[in-house]
Design a protein around this ligand. Structure first.
Ligand SMILES: C[S@@+](CC[C@H](N)C(=O)[O-])C[C@H]1O[C@@H](n2cnc3c(N)ncnc32)[C@H](O)[C@@H]1O
Length: 284
């Protein structure tokens, strides 16, 4: 992932959410308020102009995304399910006693900003590359700061999560927490997710959970994007944000055990796969 420029995939996910807001039937899937908040954040941050947001809301944009679904079937709607999954995990985790939420590689995700006023006793933390996090911070400043939302600008490839959060006086590593890694793991170098999950276990107290999405590994050992995997991987590489990590779902329980978590497939919900992505939950 290019470090000096704001993440294009984070922008793409956010625009996808805006377009999904115009797709009939998706309002029953998308978390309430997510489309409006995403539109406002994109414009306020300067990540996308008003015209770009207006176009993303159009029927033409819906038709374009639907037309491109041949490449990764189901992936357009998958973004709505992914957002709903993460928000469900956070709400359920808070309901079970979590007092901290950490969103890794947050991009233009609005979960923390939307939920912070509803849960004033919960600390919401987000970490992203400085290039993306700076734009996000500008947008959040315009939308309205939340006292319990902490935006951290850090490249986790350069500075470990434990070090970053230990230096943050507001983070309590003994507290039950919900960690979210949505659409992040596939972009990390091969050894990084194992290290990251281990560090997440170190900074989270008993009763924590980690909710994440990931790409499965195909029989050829590459990330499996379906029938057009070669083309998809080439396009991602050409865009400067290649998929570097994947895992076979049957290996996930072992991966979680090794990194300090216990696989919790019963917490995932009705489907563990959306589009080409798998959903996972680990508990501690
Ligand atoms: C595909 S975007 C997903 C954004 C968001 N989670 C969502 O789903 O809406 C991946 C995000 O991970 C961030 N990211 C990737 N590598 C990172 C790293 N080493 N440290 C911090 N953030 C990173 C990118 O800047 C980007 O915002």
């Amino acid at each position: 992932m290019r470090k000096e420029t704001p993440s294009k995939t984070a922008r793409k996910v956010a625009l996808n959410i805006v377009t999904l807001g115009s797709k009939p039937g998706m309002d029953g899937v998308l978390p309430p308020g997510v489309v409006e908040a995403t539109e406002e954040l994109l414009v306020a941050s300067g990540a996308v102009g008003e015209a770009g947001v207006r176009f993303s809301r159009s029927r033409t944009a819906v038709a374009i995304y639907e037309a491109f679904d041949w490449m990764m079937p189901g992936q357009f709607e998958a973004f709505a399910h992914r957002k709903a999954f993460c928000e469900h995990q956070v709400r359920e985790g808070i309901g079970a006693g979590a007092s901290q939420v950490l969103v890794l590689g947050a991009g233009y995700d609005t979960l923390g900003w939307r939920l912070a006023p509803e849960f004033p006793g919960v600390g919401f933390f987000e970490i992203d590359h400085p290039a993306t996090a700076r734009l996000k911070a500008k947008g959040i400043a315009e939308l309205g700061q939340r006292d319990n939302l902490h935006l951290i600008q850090e490249d986790l490839g350069e500075r470990g999560l434990v070090e970053v959060l230990t230096a943050n006086d507001s983070w309590d590593r003994t507290a039950a927490s919900v960690v979210v890694a949505e659409g992040l793991l596939m972009y990390l170098p091969p050894a990084a997710p194992r290290d990251l999950f281990g560090q997440c276990a170190e900074i989270a107290g008993a009763g924590s959970r980690i909710a994440f999405t990931y790409i499965g590994t195909g029989i050829d050992g590459r990330p499996d994007a379906g029938r057009w995997t070669g083309l998809v991987l080439w396009l991602l590489k050409a865009s400067g944000e290649p998929w570097l990590w994947s895992m076979r779902p049957k290996e996930m329980a072992h991966f979680l055990e090794e990194t300090g978590w216990t696989n919790a497939p019963d917490l995932v919900g009705e489907s563990s796969r959306r589009g080409v992505e798998f959903l996972g939950v680990g508990i501690k």
